[in-house]
Design a protein around this ligand. Structure first.
Ligand code: HEM
Length: 233
């Protein structure tokens, strides 16, 4: 595809074209085929599956909590009516954002991150030898009863400005933290707000009967057999 696109005389204005046209600010050079391929794969692996899983889990939670769904529907109707969202609408879709944040608390798409200790260290009395691999379970953090009240209950109000004020920023890490934190976090939040608002505007989703939705923790946290829903207009 990269090769084809390089030869194309009328390339569509999409991500691949943007990457092809990008130039290094210092050297003026474009990317090699290998770099272009790596960038495209990153968008799929880091940027697509994560947000897609967040949306699946959030829609699953909404289907199980009609009162939250109704509040979301009211906000979307009030802010947008029938028209598609614009960038300016996003900050007014506050509850929509809270629903997504709470969805990612309960089911963090990136459920764990790993680090290698560059040197020996001690964390909370625990000796860490040099070169150890440390796993930080974001899932455990997001469900820890010392950090969250009723952690197993889906409650988007936790992320209201009021209730978020007192919370340490280290209790909620859907996008990681530190120098290797997700670089797509703002993009992802924007994308998910748009997707959720537009799905809410157009459809009602109902879980099909008798389904046991199970978690499968691979690189990302996904519903093992998907989430099966009836899509109603
Ligand atoms: C809901 C959506 C997303 C979630 C939950 C998520 C989560 C994360 C997390 C937890 C990390 C840190 C990994 C670590 O500390 O080892 C990370 C890194 C990264 N993410 Fe995301 N991400 C999302 C969307 C995106 C999108 C949309 C993009 C690109 C458009 C993206 C690109 C990246 C990249 C390139 C890194 C590596 C950054 C580095 O190592 O410096 N992510 N992501």
């Amino acid at each position: 595809m990269v090769d084809e696109r390089r030869r194309s005389t009328e390339p569509p204005m999409d991500l691949l074209t943007m990457l092809l046209e990008a130039r290094d600010e210092d050297t003026g050079e474009g990317m090699s085929d290998r770099q272009l391929r790596d960038e495209a794969i990153t968008i799929f692996a880091a940027g697509h599956e994560t947000s897609a899983n967040a949306m699946s889990w959030t829609l699953y939670l909404l289907a199980k909590h009609p009162e939250v769904m109704e509040r979301l529907r009211l906000e979307v109707a009030e802010v947008l009516g029938d028209r598609p969202p614009t960038f300016a609408d996003l900050r007014r879709l506050q509850y929509t954002r809270q629903v997504i944040e709470e969805g990612m608390r309960m089911y963090p798409p990136a459920w764990a991150v790993g680090r290698e200790a560059i040197d020996a260290d001690e964390i909370a009395g625990q000796y860490i030898p040099r070169k150890s691999i440390i796993f930080i379970s974001i899932y455990a953090l997001h469900h820890h009863p010392d950090l969250w009240e009723n952690p197993e209950i889906f409650n988007p109000d936790r992320f209201s400005a009021e209730q978020s004020k007192e919370r340490s920023r280290w209790h909620y890490l859907p996008f990681g933290a530190g120098p290797r934190m997700c670089i797509g976090n703002n993009f992802a939040m924007m994308e998910m707000q748009i997707v959720l608002a537009m799905i809410t505007q157009k459809f009602r989703l109902k879980l099909t009967d008798d389904q046991a939705v199970e978690m499968e923790a691979l690189i990302t946290l996904k519903p093992r057999n998907g989430v099966w829903m009836e899509v109603l207009r």
